[in-house]
Design a protein around this ligand. Structure first.
Ligand code: SF4
Length: 448
């Protein structure tokens, strides 16, 4: 049941601090909407906030450290602002008690991202620290509102047990959202200015396995029918559940973009087995061939972990070979770091840190050259770009420039010109490419 506020309930200015993946960002946007429906307003900074929500991430040790650092800072702030209400949510709240306890001093309320009622109740109980008139704050748009590209969670949790991953322990079992709810949220994002919807899940292509009904292709088709939504993307897909039907959806459904992130993690069968990924390097290669054969021009990115427990030089070379052979558009490489509570944390972390970093750099270097070649092929072409925002140019004398993306998710920068605004699509003649982005000029009369 939604929490009901009385008209006399105190209104807070709430600052939401978010770290981690896109799912966390989508959760923060949803919490923000719930706060606004309950009469609270967004705060632009910690300084003007009467309440703070920390939406934490536990996937990497580094993220944990940042969350603990933020809570340490809030503990200091509460010495001079004792009425500041602090809420903690995200994967962090599902950490073990011994891990959490040393950091909880400033926290007034712990809550699950899917249930903000404890937060709303805590805010209702606590009067804001000051009673300044902040109508101007209320009038301002929430961070997510008006954004051209918006995240919509379609499935929560994960039923797999990759041996290095903490997510299933923190996010629980797989739960798909009802299709109607997803479409409603996509419509609301469209009404707030979105032109692109990114459907999110830890394994987004496992959507519906727990519902015994619709699958991800049905969600894609339904969101495609939302008038005004020009582009639909989905992430992150699991190679094991990559079907021909999904590849056909990328080819045939007009708004579904030709772009996919399909994490491989390793190019070696033994390592993949120890990671419990549920596929081998050969079947992964077959999947990529099917994908490219079915949806020509699709951009494929992947994730690779180097230095996993027991990874030998030969295992690493298999990953490097796979990256070379499959020529991804981008590769996100991470050096393995054990997460407490996972199976791999009990195994010897036997690749020295310096060696992990060497392997990471070797793959990065290899991929940088591949990405540059792929991006150079855009020079002279005029792909359709969806513009997101006007950004400050680099260097003292630099002019502001527009940032946008192609359907294949290539970042494009272009000089300002009349007609360009957030949400506009226009063909851009590409004049230059780097491994990370493209530059070009929007064609006259092309803005729509
Ligand atoms: S599929 Fe594996 S890596 Fe991805 S969230 Fe689930 S357990 Fe973690």
């Amino acid at each position: 049941m939604p929490f009901a506020f009385t008209s006399s309930a105190p209104a807070h200015r709430v600052f939401i601090w978010t770290i981690g993946c896109q799912m966390n960002r989508a959760d923060s946007e949803r919490i923000e909407r719930q706060l606004q429906s309950a009469g609270h307003a967004p705060a632009r900074s910690l300084g003007e906030a009467t309440a703070v929500v920390v939406n934490g991430c536990a996937v990497r040790e580094n993220a944990d450290r940042k969350v603990w650092g933020m809570l340490g800072m809030l503990k200091g702030m509460k010495k001079t602002r004792p009425h500041l209400v602090v809420g903690l949510t995200g994967c962090t709240v599902h950490a073990g008690e011994d891990e959490l306890a040393p950091h909880l001093a400033p926290v007034d309320v712990l809550f699950d991202t899917l249930n903000a009622e404890p937060l709303l109740a805590a805010l209702a109980r606590a009067a804001p620290a000051d009673t300044d008139d902040y109508a101007d704050v209320e009038a301002r748009a929430a961070p997510g509102r008006g954004a051209v590209s918006r995240f919509v969670n379609v499935i929560y949790g994960c039923d797999k047990r990759c041996t290095y991953c903490i997510v299933p322990f923190r996010r629980g079992a797989q739960r798909s959202r009802p299709l109607a709810e997803i479409v409603d949220e996509a419509r609301r994002c469209r009404d707030e200015g979105a032109r692109e919807i990114v459907l999110l899940g830890q394994i987004v292509n496992a959507y519906g396995f727990d519902l015994n009904g619709a699958r991800l292709v049905d969600v894609l088709a339904a969101v495609d029918r939302v008038e005004g939504v020009e582009r639909v993307r989905f992430t992150t897909a699991h190679p094991r559940y990559m079907t021909r039907a999904l590849a056909e959806a990328m080819r045939d459904i007009p708004s579904v973009c030709e772009e996919i992130n399909l994490p491989v993690q390793s190019g070696d069968d033994q390592v993949l087995k120890r990671m419990a990924r549920g596929y081998g390097a050969g079947s992964y290669r077959d999947t990529i061939a099917m994908l490219r054969g079915t949806a020509p021009g699709v951009a494929v990115t992947t994730d690779v972990i180097v230095g996993f427990c027991g990874e030998t030089e030969a295992h690493f070379q298999a990953s490097l070979r796979l990256v070379r052979d499959l020529r991804f558009d981008q590769v996100h490489v991470a050096a393995f770091s054990p997460r407490r509570g996972t199976a791999a944390a009990a195994w010897p972390d036997d690749v020295p840190q310096a060696e992990k970093l060497r392997r990471l750099h070797v793959i990065e270097q290899e991929q940088t050259a591949i990405s540059e070649q792929i991006n150079r092929a855009y020079v002279g072409q005029a792909p359709e770009v969806l513009f997101e925002e006007l950004t400050a140019g680099k260097g003292a004398a630099a002019e502001p420039r527009w940032r946008g993306r192609t359907r294949t998710n290539k970042l494009v920068f272009t000089p300002d010109r009349p007609g360009l605004r957030p949400g506009v699509t226009a063909a851009v003649r590409i004049g230059a490419a780097t491994p990370w982005s493209l530059r070009g000029a929007a064609l006259e009369g092309a803005a729509a």
